[in-house]
Design a protein around this ligand. Structure first.
Ligand SMILES: *Cc1c(COP(=O)(O)O)cnc(C)c1O
Length: 378
């Protein structure tokens, strides 16, 4: 393989629930879930059954034709929006979902885009152009023109950045890759007002914050705000590659026949997995339990020496350390048998499967406290 991911420290061979095993036979509690992706953990019977049935029934038909799994999934996503005029475009990844949003915005006849500094929207050239992280962008200049980045959480900066030439504003409800940066309540609704003033589309990138992760279907629902476009991926397929771009109301009519497409996007197998994921989230009330676990983790870790803050929503949490030792902490956690992620020098991100149990949450807390003590955080 190429050098782009560096050299991984472990090779995983099997997984069951929230536990994965490496090629040395060592087990790990998985509190990253393939970066907020394996919402039902590993080897969940509902996903296994859905995928197995589907692959032996109908695996691929191309987008010239419809299939029941895709129709069912589209209609369920439409239901989640509460808008009977919402429409769905399926693709394979978060970057692709955001590329589709970008193309939808071009169909307004405008071309300018405003995004947030520090935001992550994917690595393909359009999505990278919207990504607000210089280290990821600069090696690949020139990127798309007419895209500006303003400080996240700052409504007056956004207000100054938009104009009647702005096609869309794109923002993550919580910035995941940047370190689980959580804006103040009212920010998302404020963006709605700003977009309405100039007639720009409001796009919420819920690739990381969607599918129950934050205790609601979409990461923006704690605010009463209706976006024009929502993008999903990561958790949607429960480990299978699937993305979706959902447009509301008039925005749903912008793409014309022939405007956009993908060969594999929304294929029957990935859609079958997604339907199983949604079934289990609903029947097991996993969004409710995510909120209970959030409270438990925040309460247990907030007064631990070396931790200054635990932020985020549901089971997407950022643990802010008082010193820049996040990489060391993540390595010690891995050695102690728990997978977490250093989202920045000073932030540990956790995004466990939504099927995580209270004993597993408690085990994570015990190990984390122990590692914080060992890591001599000063
Ligand atoms: C991961 C992520 C993406 C990119 O998704 P890929 O499937 O890796 O292309 C886009 N936006 C957000 C918010 C993400 O977290």
């Amino acid at each position: 393989m190429m050098r782009n991911y560096g050299t991984p420290s472990r090779t995983f061979v099997t997984g069951k629930g929230c536990v994965v095993k490496d090629d040395q036979g060592k087990s790990y509690l998985d509190f990253l879930a393939g970066i907020a992706t394996n919402v039902l953990g590993h080897g969940h019977p509902a996903v296994t059954k859905a995928v197995t049935n589907q692959v032996s029934t109908l695996a691929h038909v191309s987008n010239f034709f419809a299939h029941p799994q895709g129709l069912r999934l589209a209609s369920r996503l439409q239901d989640m929006t509460g808008d009977v005029n919402a429409r769905v475009f399926f693709c394979n990844s978060g970057a692709e979902a955001n590329e589709a949003a970008l193309k939808i915005s071009r169909r307004t006849g405008r071309s300018r885009i405003v995004a947030a500094q520090g935001a992550f929207h994917g690595r393909t050239m359009g999505a990278l152009s919207m990504t607000g992280q210089p280290s990821k962008r600069e090696p690949f200049a020139p990127l798309l023109k007419c895209i500006s980045h303003v400080p996240y959480g700052d409504l007056s900066a956004m207000s100054r950045a938009v104009s009647k030439k702005t096609a869309m504003v794109i923002v993550e409800p919580i910035m995941g890759e940047a370190g689980v940066i959580t804006p103040e309540d009212g920010y998302l609704a404020g963006l709605r007002e700003i977009c309405d003033r100039v007639g720009a589309l409001l796009v919420f990138d819920c690739v990381q914050t969607g599918i129950g992760r934050t205790g609601q279907w979409f990461g923006f629902e704690h605010e009463k705000v209706r976006p024009d476009v929502v993008t999903l991926a990561k958790g949607l397929g429960g480990g299978l590659p699937l993305g979706a771009t959902i447009a509301y109301g008039r925005a749903a009519q912008l793409l014309q026949p022939g405007d956009h497409g993908t060969t594999f996007g929304g294929n029957p197998i990935a859609c079958a997995a997604a339907n199983a994921v949604l079934d289990v989230i609903e029947s097991k009330k996993l969004m409710q339990s995510a909120k209970i676990f959030e409270k438990k983790i925040k309460k247990s870790l907030s007064d631990v020496p070396g931790i200054s803050e635990v932020r985020g929503r549901g089971l997407l949490l950022g643990i802010e350390l008082t010193t820049p030792i996040a990489k060391k902490v993540a390595t010690l956690m891995l050695e102690a048998g728990v997978i977490v992620n250093a989202a920045s020098d000073q932030t540990i991100r956790i995004a466990p499967p939504l099927i995580v149990t209270m004993p597993q949450i408690e085990k994570f807390i015990v190990v984390f406290k122990k590692v914080m003590k060992e890591s001599d955080h000063g």
